[in-house]
Write a protein that binds this ligand. Structure first.
Ligand SMILES: Nc1nc2c(ncn2[C@@H]2O[C@H](COP(=O)(O)OP(=O)(O)OP(=O)(O)O)[C@@H](O)[C@H]2O)c(=O)[nH]1
Length: 209
């Protein structure tokens, strides 16, 4: 009798990078920006909790994230070396990840769409990474999926702090953002808020609607 049990899907991790200098936000911690009364980081956790098996928040300041301790399947870790940018965040987060496949997320995306994240997980196939792209220049490496083994190997052997250099080195597949319109017609999942003015604009729009 053939075994009809469906293959167990790979364990999935999400890493939320919650560091950075936030210069464009006047030095503020963008993950504590809030929209409709809820912080960006809380919104991200809620968007991800049904899509992944664990969430790792890599914080510049672990203490500031301490109120997320105790949430099931959410772990908080600190940058090992501060000020290294997103790659520095990965250096701390990837070794803690149990998932074979990892969704890497910025912390400043208030409209992350779980269906878009799920779609990415389902399309990584044999690639090391699957990265949404608007065009050749504008890519979304912090709304992308990576294989843990590929990240571990890269981070061990390369010193560059450039995400683009890492993506070039990996067997990366770029996928047009247009592919996401079925699950997110206005592509809001890619909205990221870098400045206070952008946040204020969001809140104004929120008041009107
Ligand atoms: N853990 C960690 N995350 C980082 C670090 N640098 C940037 N990030 C995260 O990576 C994402 C993209 O960062 P950017 O928005 O490009 O940089 P930023 O430093 O946050 O902001 P700017 O200073 O305005 O450029 C954000 O989610 C940041 O929180 C870091 O050193 N450690």
């Amino acid at each position: 009798m053939p075994d009809k049990t469906p293959a167990k899907p790979a364990f999935r991790t999400a890493i939320i990078l919650a560091g950075g200098e936030g210069k464009r936000a006047g030095g503020r911690d963008k993950y504590f920006f809030s929209y409709r009364g809820e912080t960006f980081i809380k919104r991200l956790i809620e968007s991800l909790e049904n899509v992944v098996d664990e969430i790792i928040i890599v914080a510049k300041n672990e203490e500031k994230c301490s109120h997320f301790y105790g949430i099931e399947n959410v772990h908080i870790v600190s940058d090992i070396v501060k000020g290294r940018g997103p790659i520095g965040g990965l250096q701390a987060g990837v070794p803690e990840a149990k998932g074979e496949v990892i969704f890497v997320s910025a912390c400043d995306m208030p409209f992350l769409n779980p269906d878009a994240v799920n779609w990415l997980f389902e399309h990584i196939n044999d690639h090391d990474a699957i990265i949404p792209a608007w065009d050749e220049d504008k890519i979304e490496p912090l709304h992308a999926i990576y294989r843990r083994d590929a990240l571990v190997k890269y981070l061990k052997t390369h010193k560059s702090l450039s995400l683009r250099a890492m993506i070039r080195e990996l067997n990366s597949k770029f996928i047009s953002v247009e592919e996401f319109r079925d699950v997110d017609p206005n592509l809001r999942t890619f909205t990221n808020i870098n400045k206070l003015e952008e946040l204020e604009k969001l809140e104004e729009v929120n008041k009107i609607h």
